[in-house]
Design a protein around this ligand. Sequence first.
Ligand SMILES: [Cu+2]
Length: 458
Amino acid sequence: MLSRRGFLDATVGSAITVAAVSGRTAFAAVPEIATQKEPATQSPLKPHTGPDYNPVVTLNGWTLPWRMNGDWKEFHLVAEPVVREIAPGMKAYLWGYNGQSPGPTIEAVEGDKVRIYVTNRLPEHTAVHWHGQRLPNGMDGVGGLTQPAIKPGQTFVYEYQLRRAGTFMYHPHADEMVQMAMGMMGMFIVHPKDPAERRVDRDYCFLLNAFDIEPGSYVPKVNTMLDFNLWTWNSRAFPGIDNFVAGLGDKMRMRIGNLTMTNHPIHIHGHEFTVTGTDGGWVPPGSAWPEVTTDIAVGQMRSIEFVADEPGDWAVHCHKSHHTMNAMGHSVKTYIGVKLPDLAKRIGKTAPGFMAMGHQGMADMGAMEMPLPDNTLPMMTGFAQFGPVEMGGMFSVLKVREGLKSGDYTDPGWFRHPEGTVARVVPNAPAPQRQGAPQDPGKAPFKVVKPNATKMEH
Ligand SMILES: [Cu+2]
């Protein structure tokens, strides 16, 4: 979780380590390298050059610093192996940029001339594609097609002018399946030239990504096509994903890009939003459409906006329920309808120590402290003020609070509900017996279908 201290540190710049800069090297041919290893959301980077804009907040991430060189805005990306904490209790050995996966968010303004240096510290060649940008063909970053691959140890430079505002991404177009499965990706935000255009109070961005990491291991399986077991936002899984903090009445934006191999219906509780941006840029205001769930297909970007007008702790999640669980759930059998204590007793005779779970659906997994292999995450996890949340993966909380200062992203704790506004138990209400309900599946008046043996499809 984001701590106030973490934020203050980031504000004064100490959380970002910049390679030692002397007066002589400050304007060397290649800009210094900024690195970030902290998994907490870092303070947005206020513009120190050019027109004003309200900077984005990268969920569990950070923004790449830049320098001006004449009228060019210069950035330096370093493709390299990184260690990313997916959530407390699990680390992954990934590939990313500047110390982290995803890489830092690149942020600039419509009309800016950008010069982006890319240094390759990977054990293999790479190239960077600027997904969604309009640019000269030779700057498009497709290895072999528009440029030679960047070999290990080489530094390439990309130069182009940002022609339109919007939400974009960057990722390799070289050994793509491996490099994306290893976590190489980042966001690229271009603000409108006019600071008043499309302005919001809080502007969050994150990428949808996924990994296949065997419990107990650290390196993603790079040839997995669909059957991933860790569904993440910016390479973090719940409860490792920071909250979206909102002041009551704030105009909110979430910019979401999908670099997984499947679609994700992203759902926000308690509010309706409008889709204000797509891959193609801004949706004209009269055409923005209202939703509470928006499906984001592979390779797409969506910008959604709403007014945070309902105080509370509101769930924000992918609506595919197997995307709100973590690695340890993927091989759990269905025990619904099985009298587990009996089964456990029988198995226990031959396999001492056998633990049965799941006779209340799978809720036991959330409440129980299950023994886990080293370095993995329980399927359903996380606690809130009323008990286990029983979630994992692509899940977070939108915390809307009255009286937050603008720019304060500190976790405000759990919501204090006004009296009488929480669903409650009805005392002394016996559950009525169902009439004629079959107690034994053997006597069921319907055909018992054999469980489907096919693999779960993601
Ligand atoms: Cu999903």
